[in-house]
Design a protein around this ligand. Structure first.
Ligand code: M6R
Length: 606
C-alpha cells in the first residue's frame, strides 16, 4: 500500500525523501511524488511509474526545500497517472495519504457546491480542500487539521505541509499506521519504521486516532479527543543494513536463501534446544483450549492451513482456518473458549486485523504470529508469537511463510504434549526433528541449478497445475500463488484427490503439472495421481524426496529430489523448490520480481 515519508530537516531533503521512498518500494506502488516548502510556497514533483521516473523529474527541476513530504501511491481511487499521484494540493495545503476516505463523495459534492474545483480523481484531494477551507476561517494549522480529521470517515495516514508554515509537517493516523522518527535537530514521519530507518532508529508509534505536529523542536502529539499526549520512544532493531540485497539480484532471491537462518532463529525461540522440549512463550493453556480459529490472508492463510494439518493430527485440537476477508463479514459462530490466532507477516493487513478485532469483541483470547512486532496486530493481541526471519521486502512472501510454519509446528508439538496425545520422549524426538529442518531447507535450496532448467520450460506455459495431498495440498496452493503473482502465468493449486472432480480436464501435453509428493503416508495416492495425469499426456514435474524417488512411477518429465524429512517438517523442506521455480520463471520472463504489477506488500485497505 502507499508509502509515506515526511522530513523537517536542516538541509535540503529531496534526496532523502527519495531514499526513503526507495525503502518503501516493497509495499507496491504505481506512481511517486514529493513536495517541499520553498520560500513562501510549496512545490511538488510527481511521476507515474517507478521512482526512477521521479528522480528524472527532480534532475530536470530540482527541489531545494528543507522541509518536505514524499509518497509512493498504490492506486485505489483513480488511474495511476501524474494527476492522481500524491502530493495533492489545494490552496495553502499540500498532503500525502495512505488509506481510503469512505465519505469522500459527499465531502467532494459539498466542496464543489462551495465553488472548489478538483484536479484529480482521488479521495485524497478532498482532505487538502477541507483543511484549506478551515484555514480560510482563520484557524491555526493544527486546529484546521483537527477540524478536518473530525469530518473524515475511513482509514488514513497523512502527512501535510502548509504554505506559510515553514518547518512544519502535520501527521495523523486512523486505520493506517504512522510513525514519528526523532533525529538530531530533525524530525521524520513515516508509514513504517523502515521509512525513517535510513535517518534514525528512535521511533514513536502513533496510536489509533493520534495526530501530530513536527517541527525543529520535536513532536507535539494529540489523541483523537485533542488532548496532548506522550507516546513512548522505542529504539527499533531494524537497521538499514538488513535491507540490502547483498549479492542477490532480487530481495525475493535473497529471502529464499535466508530461510535456513530465518527458520533457525524462529525455531530457537519456540524450543529449548538443550532439553529438546518446546517452550512456547505466552500464557495459553493448551490442555484446556477447546478450539483454535486462525484468520489470515494470502500466503499467511496457507501457512495457517499447514498448521491445521499439524495441530489437529498431533494434538487432537480442532483448528479452523479462514480467509479473513470472508470471516469478518459472515458472522461466524464463535465461543469464548477458543483462541483466535491471526497470521500476518506485516501485522497490518486490514482484513486480518478486522477479523482479529471481531473475535476479540466476542471475548476470545487472541494471539498473532507476526514478523512486524511493533505492528497494530502485535499491539492489540494478548499473545505475540514473533517470527524471527528479519524484514521481508519482496512482495512475494517466502521466508515469512516458512517461519510462520515453523512457529505453528512448534505449537503443534507443545499442544500435543500438553494434551497428552504424545509423551515426553515423542516431544523430544519431534523437537530434534524440527531443529534439523534448517539444514534440510539449506539442502533443498541447493536444488536451484536443476530448478532453473525446469523453469525455462515452465516459462513457456500458459497454465500450470500444482497437486499435493495432506499438508502438500496447502503447499500446492502456495506454489500456484507464488507463480501467479510474480510470473503472471495462470496456475491452480489442488488437493490431488480432487483431480478427478474437475481439474483433470485441464491436462494436456502443454500444461506442466507439478506434483508435490514426499515419501509420507499420502505418497502412494499422489503417485497414482501422477500415473493418471501421465496417461492423459500430462507433463509431470514430480517433486519428491530421496525416499520417494525410489518408489516413483516411471515417466515423469522431470523428477526433483529434495532431502528426505520427517512429515513434521516436510512442508518446510519442500517450500524452497516451489519458491525457486516461481522465482526463476519470473526472471526468465523478465518480470518485476520484487514489485509485481498491481500488488502491495502490506494490504492496509480492504
Ligand atoms: O502481511 P500479511 O501476511 O498479512 O499479508 C497477507 C498477504 O497479503 C500476503 O501473504 C500475500 O498473499 C503475499 N503477496 C503472498 O506472496
Amino acid at each position: 500500500m502507499c508509502g509515506i515519508i515526511g522530513i523537517v530537516g536542516k538541509a535540503p531533503v529531496a534526496e532523502r525523501l527519495v531514499e526513503s521512498l526507495k525503502r518503501l518500494e516493497y509495499r507496491g506502488y504505481d506512481s511517486a511524488g514529493v513536495a517541499g516548502v520553498v520560500g513562501s510556497g510549496v512545490e511538488r514533483r510527481r511521476a507515474k511509474g517507478k521512482i526512477k521516473a521521479l528522480e528524472e523529474v527532480l534532475t530536470a527541476e530540482p527541489l531545494t526545500a528543507t522541509t518536505g513530504i514524499g509518497h509512493t501511491r498504490w492506486a485505489t481511487h483513480g488511474a495511476p497517472n501524474v494527476a492522481n499521484a500524491h502530493p495533492h494540493s489545494a490552496g495553502r495545503v499540500t498532503l500525502v495519504h495512505n488509506g481510503i476516505i469512505e465519505n469522500f463523495a459527499e465531502l467532494k459534492a459539498e466542496l464543489a457546491a462551495a465553488g472548489r474545483t478538483f484536479e484529480s480523481d482521488t479521495d485524497t484531494e478532498v482532505i487538502a480542500h477541507l483543511i484549506d477551507a478551515e484555514l480560510a476561517t482563520g484557524l491555526a494549522p493544527i486546529d484546521a487539521f483537527k477540524a478536518t480529521l473530525d469530518r473524515l470517515t475511513g482509514a488514513y495516514a497523512l502527512a501535510v505541509l502548509i504554505e506559510g508554515a515553514e518547518n512544519l509537517v502535520l501527521g495523523a493516523r486512523r486505520g493506517s499506521p504512522l510513525v514519528v522518527g526523532e533525529g538530531q535537530g530533525e524530525m521524520f514521519l513515516g508509514s513504517d519504521a523502515l521509512a525513517v530507518g535510513p535517518f534514525t532508529n528512535r521511533v514513536i508509534y502513533l496510536d489509533e486516532g493520534d495526530y501530530v505536529a513536527l517541527d525543529h523542536d520535536g513532536a507535539r502529539i494529540f489523541d483523537a479527543s485533542g488532548a496532548a499526549v506522550t507516546r513512548p520512544v522505542r529504539v527499533v532493531p531494524t537497521s538499514a543494513v538488513m535491507m540490502e540485497k547483498g549479492n542477490y539480484r532480487h530481495f525475493m532471491e535473497k529471502e529464499i536463501h535466508d530461510q535456513p537462518e530465518g527458520c533457525q532463529r524462529t525455531i530457537a525461540a519456540y524450543v529449548d534446544a538443550l532439553t529438546s522440549r518446546t517452550a512456547i512463550p505466552g500464557d495459553v493453556d493448551w490442555a484446556k483450549l477447546e478450539r483454535i480459529q486462525i484468520v489470515a490472508c494470502g500466503t499467511s492463510y496457507i501457512a495457517g492451513v499447514v498448521g491445521k494439518y499439524l495441530i489437529e493430527q498431533l494434538a487432537d485440537l480442532p483448528v479452523d482456518v479462514e480467509i479473513a476477508s470472508e470471516f469478518r463479514y459472515r458472522q461466524p459462530a464463535l465461543r469464548p473458549g477458543a483462541l483466535v490466532v491471526a497470521m500476518s507477516q506485516s501485522g497490518e493487513t486490514a482484513d486480518t486485523l478486522a477479523a482479529l478485532r471481531y473475535c476479540k469483541a466476542k471475548g476470545m483470547k487472541s494471539a498473532v504470529v507476526v514478523n512486524a512486532t511493533e505492528s497494530t496486530m502485535a499491539r492489540e493481541v494478548d499473545v505475540v508469537w514473533p517470527i524471527h526471519c528479519g524484514p521481508e521486502i519482496g512482495v512475494a512472501s517466502t521466508k515469512a511463510f516458512t517461519a510462520q510454519v515453523s512457529v505453528l509446528t512448534a505449537i503443534a508439538v507443545a499442544a500435543a504434549k500438553a494434551r497428552g496425545t504424545i509423551d515426553a520422549a515423542e516431544e523430544q524426538r519431534l523437537v530434534k526433528v524440527l531443529l534439523e529442518a534448517p539444514r534440510l531447507i539449506a539442502e533443498a535450496i541447493h536444488l536451484e541449478g536443476a530448478i532453473k532448467e525446469i523453469a525455462a520450460d515452465v516459462a513457456k506455459a500458459r497454465d500450470v497445475l500444482y497437486l499435493g495431498r495432506g499438508p502438500m495440498s496447502a503447499l500446492a496452493l502456495e506454489g500456484a500463488l507464488k507463480l501467479k503473482e510474480i510470473s503472471y502465468i495462470h496456475a491452480e493449486g489442488y488437493a490431488a484427490g480432487e483431480l478427478k472432480h474437475g481439474p483433470i480436464a485441464l491436462v494436456d501435453d502443454k500444461t506442466p503439472i507439478v506434483i508435490l509428493a514426499p515419501h509420507d503416508s499420502w505418497f502412494e495416492k499422489s503417485a497414482s495421481n501422477m500415473s493418471e495425469v501421465m496417461a492423459r499426456g500430462g507433463q509431470v514435474i514430480f517433486i519428491t524426496d530421496t525416499e520417494g524417488v525410489k518408489h516413483a512411477p516411471e515417466g515423469a518429465k522431470v523428477v526433483v529430489t529434495a532431502p528426505a524429512s520427517d512429515p513434521l517438517v516436510s512442508t518446510l523442506v519442500m517450500s524452497a523448490p516451489i519458491q525457486l521455480l516461481a522465482y526463476h520463471v519470473a526472471v526468465i520472463k523478465g518480470a518485476d520480481v520484487d514489485q509485481p504489477r498491481n500488488l502491495a506488500k502490506s494490504v492496509t485497505v480492504e
